[in-house]
Design a protein around this ligand. Structure first.
Ligand SMILES: [Zn+2]
Length: 98
């Protein structure tokens, strides 16, 4: 059974990017909650945990500590970058700090 940790970026006093009447922290949380619900509905063999389920501030260390102490197999941090560009980007930890 795999443990998937979903981190909704930003939160609380840290709004993240702001634009088009939206705050990144709110959109990240909405996506995280929908991801949790979808994965729980479609992939019951997975265990899902979220870094936050409400508008609260967590440090990056708190987020990674939560995932590591829980024994997460996968850590997904949701962000919506601003400042130009288009498309999708992902960063994958390769097991080494280079
Ligand atoms: Zn962000």
């Amino acid at each position: 059974m795999k443990k998937i940790f979903i981190d909704a970026g930003h939160g609380g006093a840290d709004s993240g990017a702001i634009g088009n009447g939206l705050k990144e922290k709110d959109v990240c949380l909405t996506i995280a909650l929908k991801m949790r619900d979808y994965l729980n509905r479609e992939y019951a063999e997975q265990i899902i945990k979220l870094s936050r389920t409400k508008d609260e501030y967590l440090t990056l260390k708190q987020r990674t500590n939560m995932a590591n102490h829980w024994g997460a197999n996968c850590f997904v941090s949701i962000h919506l970058n601003a400042g130009g560009g288009a498309g999708f980007e992902s960063y994958i930890y390769n097991g080494k700090f280079a």
